[in-house]
Write a protein that binds this ligand. Structure first.
Ligand SMILES: NC(=O)c1ccc[n+]([C@@H]2O[C@H](COP(=O)([O-])OP(=O)(O)OC[C@H]3O[C@@H](n4cnc5c(N)ncnc54)[C@H](O)[C@@H]3O)[C@@H](O)[C@H]2O)c1
Length: 462
């Protein structure tokens, strides 16, 4: 009797608040691919003997890139550009310090000095490390000039920019790669190998994040671009470090695809205070929540959780947690693997809450040793660690980019990876602005997401 009463009351309550309406999904338009234009899955281009690089944006990240690229065999930096002339000079000094010839450095002093760099005849690759708002116009112009482009994260900020880069890459047949370094971290690369060899069973869920207290950095960005962008934009504005590595494990546009996302954020607790301190006057409006969480579902019924927090003292984390039917991997907060232990039923001790084998510290390293990533020979790993850049992953990223261009191979990341990893920003914003409603994630390949099965690295024949 009581149960029946509860059901009637619950239904009445749901009707009162309108909850019995069928749930809606906000549709996301997909522009029609122009006639004659083809996708760039597996795109290859002419091999390049020495990859001549022009670097645009020579602040904190760009100057580090100059230092790394100067140490990559088969690469040569031939042009440098920054709005600020002294930053070009500083990067010339980095080249000189490494015994490299000076690059063309006439590109500075004006907002669009980068046009000259893109037009420079011998530049093969335009490597873009400016603030976020400048990524798109530079990349588009560079491809129009016939150059390949590599763009720092996030490469694109809204759906128009994402589709613009896809169309431009498809039209010009130039590579358009986002410089997502976190797919080259040692833990992620090893775990990808483990997952591809079936150690965790079928991967069904994964989590990624960018939790990084940016307090020490806010004042360092040119023209306050980063705080300013967060102040004006709601949503997960920096999703790519978190989502990139887990999309590889989940075979996104290589056998599966993201279909829907929902997002929820806190209000801004610290953001407005940080902006107030920075501006020296009271700031009351701050669009970006201190914590933003986004859930994504895939065509094959798998899920992802992506978090963003750059405002609190929460310890640095990219999460990278991978859940399979038979195992689990976690990079943060502690590195560990857990694998199912099959025991005969009469041996199971009912007092134990869980019954899996946990691998940490030396046991974890011993397990990892059996799953060395195919591109990570011991010598190469040592070289990457000695050059550095987030422990070596930045060097591996640059090395792979130059290696693939040199051999005329498909790059490790294509423009659809860029699109999928960047779209979380604009689509999470749409969900947040509509009370956390589900939002459709489009198929950026426009029909080719199931053509390739699983991620693999292209390797030249020896
Ligand atoms: N992958 C990573 O781990 C990682 C780490 C840090 C930063 N980043 C990314 O790198 C990029 C740069 O960040 P940063 O920390 O170096 O910022 P920054 O503020 O230190 O540098 C930006 C530079 O761009 C230059 N610039 C601005 N407008 C320009 C224009 N029109 N033409 C030429 N140069 C122009 C500025 O003068 C400045 O030197 C961002 O996209 C950021 O998200 C990535």
């Amino acid at each position: 009797m009581q149960t029946k009463h509860f059901v009637i009351c619950a239904v009445a309550a749901l009707l009162a608040v309108g909850c019995c309406k069928p749930a809606g999904v906000i549709k996301t338009p997909v522009p029609t691919r122009p006639a004659g234009q083809q996708d760039v899955i597996g795109l290859t281009a002419e091999p390049i003997e020495t990859v001549h690089i022009g670097v645009v944006g020579l602040g904190m990240r760009g100057s580090e890139a100059v230092n790394r690229l100067a140490q990559i065999p088969g690469a040569e930096i031939v042009a440098l550009c920054d709005l600020l002339p002294d930053r070009v000079e500083q990067s010339q000094a980095i080249l000189a310090g490494r015994g490299k010839p000076a690059a063309e450095g006439a590109y500075s002093g004006a907002q669009e000095s980068w046009r000259g760099l893109c037009e420079q005849e011998n530049v093969d690759l335009v490597y873009i490390c400016t603030d976020w708002l400048n990524h798109y116009p530079i990349a588009m112009y560079a491809m129009d000039c016939g150059k390949h482009v590599a763009i720092e994260v996030p490469a694109a900020l809204d759906m128009d920019e994402i589709w613009g880069l896809i169309d431009k890459s498809e039209q010009t047949r130039r590579h358009c790669m986002m410089l997502e370094n976190c797919i080259y971290d040692f833990f992620e690369m090893t775990t990808l190998e483990m997952s591809q060899r079936g150690l965790f069973g079928e991967i069904i869920h994964a989590e990624g994040a960018y939790c990084h207290n940016l307090d020490p950095y806010w004042d360092e960005y040119w023209n306050n671009w980063r705080l300013d962008y967060n102040q004006k934009h709601r949503g997960d504005v920096y999703p790519t470090h978190g989502i990139g590595p887990i999309c590889q494990v989940l075979d996104i546009h290589r056998g599966d695809r993201m279909t829907t996302l929902v997002s929820m954020d806190t209000k801004s607790f610290n953001g407005a205070k940080i902006a107030t301190n920075h501006a020296g006057k009271e700031v009351t409006e701050f669009a970006n929540g201190d914590e933003t969480s986004t859930l994504i579902r895939t065509e094959k019924g798998k899920t992802m959780l992506i978090e963003h927090d750059v405002m609190t003292p929460r310890p640095y984390s990219r999460m990278y947690q991978v859940v399979g039917t038979d195992g689990y991997a976690s990079k943060y907060p502690i590195g560990e693997y857990c694998l199912r232990v099959d025991k005969p039923a009469d041996k199971v001790d009912a007092r134990h809450i869980s019954d899996e084998k946990v691998y940490r510290d030396e046991e974890m390293e011993a397990l990892q040793a059996g799953y060395r990533n195919v591109i990570l020979t011991p010598e190469f790993e040592e070289l990457a660690k000695s050059v550095g850049g987030h422990g070596g992953m930045d060097f591996i990223m640059d090395y792979r980019l130059v290696y693939c261009l040199h051999h005329g191979l498909p790059l490790d990341m294509d423009v659809y990876d860029l699109a999928e990893w960047c779209c979380v920003a604009p689509l999470s914003r749409v969900s947040l602005e509509h009370g956390s409603m589900p939002v459709e994630v489009p198929d950026f390949t426009r029909g080719a997401w199931n053509r390739v099965q699983g991620f693999s690295y292209a390797l030249a024949e020896e």
